[in-house]
Design a protein around this ligand. Structure first.
Ligand SMILES: Cc1ncc(COP(=O)(O)O)c(C=O)c1O
Length: 394
């Protein structure tokens, strides 16, 4: 027996002092994660089975088929990557860009910045076009930059969670095809919630997450790539410089071979199957309308309370509303009040918008009339308690 002494696992004297794991019951109306659907939580709690078990392989095929419906495409290589949205984001860069290749990134918020950071780590030749945080690109601007720069990949965020902007995507795919460039879309805050047609809009590769429109906990990131993207992957001159995210290896597990790559997070795949099944049952069009209606009601309610929205109605994102914090209000104190006394989470602004806006999410299971009404009532009664001086608006 070794003479080494056990290290206590905490500053508590006795490491057996811990109580059973529990967390408060919160209503997550921030930028994500959103609350998981109760049926998803039921699915998640089933016992793991082997990741090469026949029953699990069948479940994987269900997940892929249901994902194709959610993405509105027939792409063969459609799978949930292990890891949060950033994992599939990084896979999109690591697999489709080789050192020195040109990627044009249309950046209009925090997550555009993340794409730029990732692409430069993979030594891409990164060209960035920028918009104010709260604005979107026009098709003409995108066409001009693609024709001028001739990139191999053009990347843009569909639903910018940092600003509350929904970027129109129709027409971009045609421009990319004419210019022999792959069209890459970040759909982290749109999949399963907002109108999105991967095939019809000629999107070559897109990624998302499990914790927003799909009403699951964080942990998986759906990715889909079409034949054009598959061809680019096949024709790489160099190995994908990231083993875990290498799609040619993952394809052997998620394709017909079912060869072990890494131990799949099986319970998360139970969860996503259930989240996707619920989406298919409700129907995408109904879901898109539900998100739009609840967001419209939230926006008009906030405006009626005298608050100002950050994004113009033309580009407003139904899954995430950004509202300006009135100059007379301590934004953090109000958010903390909602969390502590009402068990409701809303988000602060990110980056340059920190302290200037709140971010209110209505995503997946949480996009409900009762949540909108509850939040608006609380804003109505509570916000006035947080103004430094009583202004006429409140
Ligand atoms: C638009 C967008 N892209 C990427 C990400 C990164 O996803 P994750 O935090 O799940 O890794 C997020 C996270 O919220 C996001 O909103």
């Amino acid at each position: 027996m070794t003479e080494a002494k056990l290290i206590s696992s905490s500053i508590k004297e006795n490491h057996t002092d811990y109580s059973k794991t529990s967390v408060p019951n919160r209503l997550l109306l921030g930028p994500g994660p959103s609350n998981a659907h109760p049926e998803v939580l039921n699915a998640l709690s089933m016992n793991p089975i082997g990741h090469l078990d026949e029953a699990y392989l069948e479940l994987m095929s269900d997940v892929q088929n249901l994902l194709r419906y959610a993405w509105q495409c027939n792409n063969r290589l459609t799978l949930p990557m292990s890891g949060t949205g950033s994992a599939a984001m990084e896979a999109s860069i690591a697999n489709f860009i080789e050192e020195g290749e040109k990627i044009l990134i249309a950046k209009k918020g925090y997550f555009g910045d993340r794409l730029v950071d990732m692409a430069s780590r993979y030594k891409a030749n990164v060209i960035v076009i920028e918009k104010e945080w709260g604005d979107a690109f026009t098709l003409d601007e995108i066409q001009f930059e693609i024709e001028k720069n001739k990139p191999s990949v053009f990347a843009i965020v569909h639903a910018e969670t940092s600003t509350g902007v929904l970027q129109p995507l129709q027409g971009i795919g045609d421009i990319c095809r004419k210019n022999d460039c792959l069209f890459l879309v970040d759909a982290v805050t749109s999949l399963g919630a907002l109108e999105l047609f991967v095939e019809d809009w000629k999107i070559d590769l897109a990624y998302s997450c499990s914790q927003k429109g799909l009403s699951c906990p964080p942990g998986l990131s759906p990715l889909t790539i079409n034949d054009r993207a598959e061809e680019k992957l096949r024709n790489r001159k160099t190995k994908v410089p990231n083993w875990y995210l290498d799609l040619s290896l993952l394809n052997k597990y998620w394709g017909s071979d079912r060869v072990y790559h890494h131990t799949a997070p099986v319970n998360m795949n139970y969860a996503i199957r259930e989240g996707l099944r619920l989406i298919a049952n409700e129907g995408l069009e109904n879901i898109w309308n539900r998100h739009l209606e609840n967001s419209n009601n939230l926006c008009s309610g906030l405006t009626e309370l005298g608050l100002e929205l950050h994004v113009s109605s033309a580009y407003r994102l139904p899954t995430l509303t950004t509202v300006k914090i009135p100059g007379s209000v301590d934004g953090d104190a109000f958010r903390n009040h909602l969390l502590k006394n009402f068990q409701i989470e809303i988000g602060n602004g990110l980056g340059s918008l920190s302290g200037k806006i709140w971010r209110i999410g209505l995503m997946g299971y949480n996009s409900k009339k009762e949540n909108v009404d509850r939040l608006l009532n609380i804003f109505d009664t509570e916000l006035k308690k947080f103004t430094f001086f009583q202004s006429a608006t409140f």
